[in-house]
Design a protein around this ligand. Structure first.
Ligand SMILES: [Zn+2]
Length: 362
């Protein structure tokens, strides 16, 4: 299929792990991902879009034409609505599917597989006792049936011709500690790991961990300080992500993930060790206000990720629009991301026309 410049993709069979930046024509750069080489704009500009069941061709054309005219180069579409993907691609946009990976309240899973859900240190399951909010239904990443369900899902989606790539969200454990700005909202002080938010102590996790450490995690005196137990959980998510990545790559599709803002915060709050993930792009959600930080933090946080990744994977900094007061702050956020070494930005939420001008002008 012919795709308009500058989004034309060159699919070349290469098995490169290393990232190589090549200066191409103006406003173009390219990098080699695990199995393909994709030409991308010099500054990638993505946006998360909630899926709809809208199939009205004219309305979709207007929606994606407007995004393209505003400088957007790629869209992360929630749900598999083929019409949305085709309409986005027709306007020259990269169209990746945005998936909730381990947080799943799907009717099918709830009805048939209550044993797939994570269990906290108090023995409560996300199936009938979701923490914080009713939609927090976390699956256990160690469970073989969960892994095989997710692998099948990624295989099926990667094989669809209209889906350009896979974008994983909620690929982590439940927040054992919430970002500090949310403590008050939930009336919590989380200066330590509380048992009701600490996962997963299901039968599979306990027996699998016992095989490698000879300890039952439930009997640990200080689970939050046990490096074997902590590393075990990092590894459960990392190995899952890398299995899913291998499947996407077999189908010549790039795969990325939305992750917590820095490697340090991601490991501490949600046990996401994303520096070790074999992805093609990383989207750290550098949502400064959640961490009670100033906008200048966007640069520092981005730069920590870039440096810990050793530039192995392109970083696309996520910006949370509800906390961006005006176009000046947006400009500071984008400049911060790029100066911190990001290859681009991804926007969550609505923009004013003045803010769109800033995005377009970059
Ligand atoms: Zn488990």
């Amino acid at each position: 299929m012919e795709i308009k410049e500058p989004m034309k993709q060159k699919i070349i069979s290469l098995s490169l792990i290393l990232l190589t930046f090549l200066s191409c024509q103006k406003k173009q750069a390219s990098y080699s991902i695990k199995t393909t080489t994709i030409e991308v704009p010099e500054i990638e500009k993505w946006i998360w879009l909630h899926g709809t069941s809208d199939t009205n061709a004219a309305a979709l054309k207007t929606q994606f034409k407007t995004l393209a005219n505003n400088g957007i180069t790629g869209v992360l579409i929630g749900g598999d609505n083929e019409s949305m993907f085709r309409a986005a691609k027709a306007e020259g946009l990269q169209a990746h599917i945005w998936l909730w990976t381990l947080n799943r309240g799907d009717e099918y899973i709830m009805k048939n597989h209550s044993d797939w859900y994570s269990i906290n240190r108090n023995g409560e399951s996300c199936f009938d006792n979701p923490p914080y909010v009713s939609y927090y239904r976390w699956l256990c990443p160690t469970n073989k049936e969960v892994r095989s369900f997710l692998k099948d899902e990624i295989r099926r989606l990667s094989q669809k011709d209209y889906i350009d790539g896979i974008h994983l969200d909620y690929v982590r454990y439940c927040d054992v500690i919430l970002p500090i700005a949310l403590w008050e909202k939930y009336n919590l002080v989380q200066n330590r790991e509380l048992p009701e938010f600490d996962y997963c102590y299901c039968k599979t996790c306990r027996s699998t961990f016992q095989k490698v450490s000879s300890n039952d995690p439930l009997t640990l005196a200080e689970p939050a300080a046990d490096s074997n137990w902590i590393n075990f959980r990092y590894h459960q998510v990392t190995s899952l992500v890398n299995d899913l990545a291998a499947i996407a790559h077999q189908n010549q599709k790039p795969i990325s993930a939305a992750v917590f803002p820095t490697p340090t915060i991601a490991k501490k709050l949600v046990r996401q060790d994303w520096v070790n993930w074999n992805l093609d792009r990383i989207f750290p959600m550098v949502y400064h206000a959640f961490y009670e930080e100033e906008i200048t933090w966007v640069k520092n946080a981005t730069s920590e990720g870039v440096s810990k990744l050793k530039s192995r994977i392109p970083v696309i900094t996520g910006i949370y629009m509800p906390d961006i007061e005006n176009e000046t702050v947006l400009k500071q956020a984008i400049d911060g991301a790029l100066n911190g070494g990001a290859n681009g930005i991804s926007l969550f939420g609505k923009l004013t026309s003045k803010q769109w001008k800033v995005v377009k002008g970059k």
